[in-house]
Write a protein of this length. Structure first.
Length: 119
């Protein structure tokens, strides 16, 4: 999925997650992106990122994301959001994220850093 409007990044990420599209989610991270899989566990290799994403998607819960802040400076954009993994009224996990996205050569945005537990 190519997301060219940074203000649509969270909505695109959530839609891709809720479609259970692991490959699509992985495509929203640049090579070598840093991902906090859980507090204290950081991955920055493709295999670790895949394993973490598959774990979240495999939970069977849906993701809701509410963007709190987006700033753009050139090709970098820090973002903040609140998120929940839930099924109906049951909330499995929730948090506040801090992320850095980078505009790619094709005009699309991808995560360079994604910390779902950052705030």
């Amino acid at each position: 999925m190519l997301i060219t409007d940074i203000n649509e990044f969270h909505a695109g990420f959530a839609a891709t997650f809720n479609a259970r599209d692991v490959e699509g989610l992985l495509g929203l991270y640049e090579d070598g992106a840093v991902f906090v899989a859980r507090p204290g566990t950081v991955v920055s290799d493709g295999g670790g990122l895949r394993q973490a994403i598959e774990g979240f998607v495999g939970s069977g819960f849906d993701l809701s994301l509410e963007t709190k802040d987006v700033l753009v400076k050139g090709d970098l954009a820090p973002l903040r959001a609140t998120w929940k993994l839930k099924s109906g009224d049951l909330v499995m996990m929730s948090g506040e994220s801090v992320e850095i996205a980078r505009r790619q050569a094709d005009g699309g945005w991808k995560y360079a850093i994604d910390n779902p537990f950052g705030a």
